[in-house]
Unconditional design. Structure first.
Lengths: 282, 294, 448
């Protein structure tokens, strides 16, 4: 692969091979996804029979969105609120902390303590987190509010963001900042004008991941929400019932659930490119 | 040095929010976990009974058959799946990057699997793997290959789970490594090319060393998340057949939650966290040394 | 527009306004209880339950909200609630497999403590007397125990079989395991048709639940006598051996080759795609059999109580749901929750519950005309099966025991270990769990 990568300009034929390889990868990646999406348009019996051809139906979407007892639109809105706000919080906090830890003369052990702590926090089993937070938020009377879930998701995803952003910070040449200091830039101007543009690809990548992680998080969301504040994964899990897995409704709900992240991704793409061209790396 | 010019306000102020979150929300569950691991918890008349049992919970780890199976399966899963994901993710990222703007569509499509919640991935892949009705065996049938019991055979089940994990999580590595590749200074590789280096030499000597921290970070992080694999396995195999796909998070769920034994469940978690911490510390040390020699 | 129509219209508007106002006043006057919050899991029977709850609201003016959770999440929600200072739920809908932890932990208020005159309606099935619990002896006991719960759903196992195929051959539903084996072999014609599909996959409580009717049907049991606290393990009895051998014989001679990895979802898939002649499933799955969007064999499945060996009783496994009221609530909330249960258990409510698509728990419903309709034929089987059903265990260590039996039974069906080894090792591990937990226990001598 790497061979093809760097030689394309010399041998355009390589580029064709590369595209062919990419298309193969797309097919493998997309196959199961398409199958899930198609399932959303099948009746349950058609799906279970394993029929290849079928006449599409829309009742799965009808049931997910418009059924009298459906809470999906509300769940969707809740997820949107929690995932967006917690993502913003995570990125800002992790960005500041990452910059501080890496560039502001903290003793090495502080950085390492943060890194190890952040990593280990990821290993705490969700069931223990969920019950501890339930207790905590109930004591301060937050359990029925989306605020508690937003705070919880911020805490959950902060370690990953911190780790990854630090890794990206390491790649930023120190000369950039030093040049800016010579110009007498102040802290926030420095961050905004110099660091953020260079870090843009990393920030976008991490933000997309954090958003997706928050969007798909299940165990903590389950414990900290009720019927009115439940998020999309909690709603989707309701299709897995004791005696019946509602595959097709579940597929429909998942297809709908993928939309915001997909949009964020397509939108984020432009930012990655922009971030690159605007950056002072070159 | 930079911090001298900036003063203490930015230095402490920028770390402060992170510290608040860690102390207020993250420290408590971890302390609680540690505390519980030395306890035996039961309920009597609606009131909690805590009995200090010292290291008893930890001593019990040694002869837990589920845990034993869980550890070895999880290790296999983590190593195999993570390696494949990082390798595939890197290859795709390099390819996308070199194709430039014409790879915009690929970039989006490659991310799709990660957008699906784990629970539906488990449910739908189970249908696809289904011995009698599944689309995979239908495909094999067209090629004249007899049906394979993907999830029911003790020899294949773990591999089948790993395939699902690779499919689901390669986008994670891809996204991070793409950002790293895009962040590479272009002039360096240009310079190498001008010097007449072959593509492989250029990659090996210039790009790879620059990408190495990102690769290590991606690997470690992906590995840690793989350690917690749960949702997919829950509906794919529930740990069976036998203990062929039992994973640690399953054992913890079983002991901690289903059997309502938070003391012992916490002991497993703490032991796992401690062991992984050790591995990470070593990995970090290695990375630091590498950096120092650079 | 003529004067008469205008007058007529305004009269209609006026009178309906008065009527609406009047109803509002009536409802407000009738509302005697504070609103209650019920924690329940999403299920095929939820729709029926939600409908009957709406009837209650209309009839009494009291408000009931349902906190609907994924099946796997309901237990966690309930645990968190009863263990906090004050429960956020006023009524818990507890699963028939996990209710012992609520009983033993002392989280539920005895219903007669809320209202000394409260009694379970005599027509409500008592499902192995599981509503009563003696906190002194820690046993489920109707004579000495307190009434802690009211059943709300009867999810027990039934034998599902292809009535159309049976009619073709002029057969009637099997009563013994031998008959079942014989009939299953008769229809076994893989891969088009499997004689019987049984579940043997490993999960929280899966193959254990399905095996339970077999071991009981041979006169065996998991423990000597739970009702008096005698927990000597008896799974490794002759009956246990015969039962497990029968389970495996059925799988080998008339089942799919991957029985050991089949889940409940798979069994349903075999049935609705017309590829199985028999299966053992909880009653709640019946609705999928007749829905043309979910099944190619609508109307072709009939139901019977589970088979047994000659001389023993049919013993369906309980997976029912019970409603209990947490202790950590204000008195007014407890009274309000009990008020709903009082109304819910009435025979006429139960019949209405059945008609709304719910799963009633009263013989009043199963003996009503409604049960005689051909589309409700599962209710006839329930009439026989309900009084005979038994619970797997009544102790909170059930989950730990299940972890042992799930693995042992799964491996035995998969052929990884022999029947005798499986039973002996399960008995040994079960005994250890029970003795660690302080029960009076022991085990039968090893099978040879």
């Amino acid at each position: 692969m790497s061979n093809a990568v760097k030689t394309e300009r010399r041998w355009p034929k390589e580029k064709i091979v590369l595209h062919a390889a990419m298309i193969l990868a797309v097919i493998i990646t997309l196959g199961p996804f398409v199958w899930i999406a198609l399932s959303a348009f099948k009746t349950q019996i058609v799906l279970l029979m394993g029929d290849i051809t079928f006449s599409p139906v829309s009742y799965n979407f009808d049931e997910v969105l418009f059924d009298r007892r459906s809470t999906y639109p509300q769940n969707f809105l809740n997820s949107l609120i929690v995932a967006s706000i917690s993502t913003m919080l995570v990125i800002v906090i992790a960005f500041l902390a990452g910059y501080s830890l890496l560039r502001m003369n903290w003793p090495r052990w502080v950085l390492n303590a943060f890194l190890v702590w952040a990593m280990l926090f990821n290993l705490v089993p969700p069931v223990s987190l969920a019950s501890a937070w339930y207790e905590l938020f109930r004591t301060v009377n937050l359990s029925i509010d989306l605020i508690s879930l937003t705070l919880a998701h911020t805490t959950l995803n902060l370690p990953m963001a911190l780790w990854l952003l630090i890794a990206f910070f390491r790649e930023v040449p120190k000369e950039l900042e030093e040049a800016a200091f010579v110009d007498g830039a102040r802290f926030f101007t420095l961050l905004r004008r110099v660091i953020v543009p260079v870090m843009m690809p990393g920030i976008v990548a991490v933000a997309v991941l954090v958003f997706i992680f928050s969007w798909n998080e299940f165990p903590v969301a389950l414990a900290l929400t009720n019927n009115k504040t439940a998020t999309v994964p909690v709603a989707i899990a309701k299709f897995v019932q004791e005696e019946e897995i509602k595959y097709t409704q579940m597929a429909a709900a998942s297809v709908l659930s993928a939309i915001p992240a997909l949009l964020a991704l397509i939108f984020g793409q432009r930012f990655i490119v922009k971030g690159l061209t605007a950056g002072a790396v070159k | 040095m930079t911090s001298v010019q900036l003063g203490w306000m930015p230095k402490y102020g920028s770390l402060f929010p992170a510290i608040v979150f860690f102390l207020a929300l993250a420290a408590l569950p971890v302390a609680n976990l540690l505390f519980l691991s030395f306890m035996e918890i039961s309920w009597e008349g609606g009131v909690v009974q805590r009995e200090f049992v010292g290291l008893e919970n930890y001593a019990a780890l040694a002869d837990d058959p589920l845990l034993k199976a869980g550890i070895s399966n999880t290790l296999i899963l983590v190593v195999v799946a993570t390696s494949c994901q990082v390798a595939l993710g890197l290859a795709l990222a390099l390819a996308c990057s070199s194709l430039g703007n014409s790879s915009r569509l690929y970039r989006t499509l490659f991310i799709l699997p990660i957008l699906i919640p784990g629970i539906i991935i488990g449910a739908i892949w189970r249908l696809m793997y289904n011995f009698q009705f599944g689309i995979i065996n239908q495909g094999l049938d067209l090629l004249g290959i007899p049906a394979i019991d993907w999830l029911g055979s003790p020899h294949l089940a773990l591999a089948s789970v790993i395939v699902v994990d690779i499919w689901h999580w390669t986008p994670f590595s891809f996204l991070l490594l793409l950002a790293a590749v895009e962040g590479l200074p272009k002039d360096v590789s240009e310079a190498a090319k001008v010097d007449g280096a072959t593509a492989w030499q250029e990659f090996r000597r210039v790009s790879l060393p620059l990408l190495w921290p990102a690769i290590v970070t991606t690997f470690i992080f992906r590995a840690v998340i793989a350690f917690k694999v749960f949702d997919e396995v829950f509906l794919l195999t529930s740990g069976g057949p036998g203990t062929a796909t039992e994973v640690i998070s399953f054992t913890i769920y079983q002991r901690f939650f289903l059997q309502d034994n938070p003391g012992y469940g916490s002991a497993i978690s703490v032991a796992v966290i401690f062991s992984v911490a050790l591995v990470i510390a070593i990995a970090l040390q290695m990375q630091n040394r590498r950096e120092a020699t650079r | 527009m003529s004067f008469r129509t205008v007058l007529g219209k305004s009269l209609v508007v006026a009178s309906s306004t008065v009527a609406v106002l009047g109803m509002g006043v009536l409802a407000a006057a009738a509302q005697s209880q504070p609103p209650i919050n019920v924690v329940i899991n999403q299920s095929p029977w939820l729709e029926g339950f939600a409908s009957i709850v709406e009837e209650y609201e209309d009839e009494t003016g009291n408000r009931v909200s349902l906190d609907v959770n994924p099946y796997a999440g309901s237990l966690e929600k309930q645990r968190n609630a009863v263990r906090s200072d004050k429960s956020e739920f006023d009524l818990l809908i507890v699963n028939g497999i996990f209710y012992p932890e609520m009983y033993h932990g002392g989280f539920l208020e005895p219903l007669t403590k809320i209202d000394p005159d409260f009694e379970l309606d005599p027509q409500i099935y008592t499902y192995g007397d599981t509503p009563w619990f003696d906190a002194e002896t820690k046993t489920v006991n109707r004579e000495t125990g307190d009434l802690l719960t009211v059943p709300v759903n009867p999810n027990i196992t039934l034998l599902y079989y292809r009535k159309d195929l049976y009619d073709e051959k002029g057969l009637t539903a099997p009563e013994t395991f031998e008959e079942l084996l014989e009939n299953a072999k008769l229809f076994h014609n893989p891969p088009e048709m499997y004689g019987i599909v049984q579940r043997a996959s490993r999960a929280a409580v899966s193959v254990t639940w399905d095996f339970f009717p077999y071991i009981n049907g041979y006169g065996g049991s998991f423990f000597q006598d739970e009702s008096i606290g005698d927990y000597v393990v008896t799974i490794n009895s002759e009956a246990g051996r015969k039962a497990l051998e029968m389970y495996i014989t059925l799988a080998k001679e008339a089942g799919p080759e991957n029985t050991a990895s089949l889940t409940q979802g798979d069994l349903i898939q075999f049935l609705v795609t017309g590829k199985a002649a028999h299966s053992v499933l909880p009653v709640a799955a019946w609705a999928q059999m007749d829905d043309p969007n979910k099944s190619i064999i609508p109307g072709k499945i009939d139901y019977a109580t589970l088979p047994h060996a000659d001389g023993f009783a049919s013993t369906p496994a309980l997976g029912h749901w019970l409603a209990g009221i947490p202790k950590n609530l204000d008195d007014a909330q407890k009274v309000a929750a009990l008020e709903f249960l009082k109304w819910f258990q009435k025979p006429e409510t139960q019949i209405a519950y059945a008609e709304l698509g719910g799963a009633p728990v009263s013989s009043a419903a199963y003996e009503s005309d409604f049960a005689e309709k051909p589309e409700n034929r599962y209710m006839l089987a329930m009439r026989t099966a309900s009084p005979q059903a038994k619970g797997l265990w009544t102790i909170p260590e059930g989950a730990e025991i299940a972890a042992i039996t799930e693995l042992g039974l799964n491996r035995a069906v998969a052929g990884e270990i022999t029947v005798v080894d499986a039973l002996n090792s399960m008995a040994k591990d079960m005994e250890k769990v029970l003795s660690d937990a302080g029960y009076k226990t022991g085990r039968l001598p090893d099978l040879k």
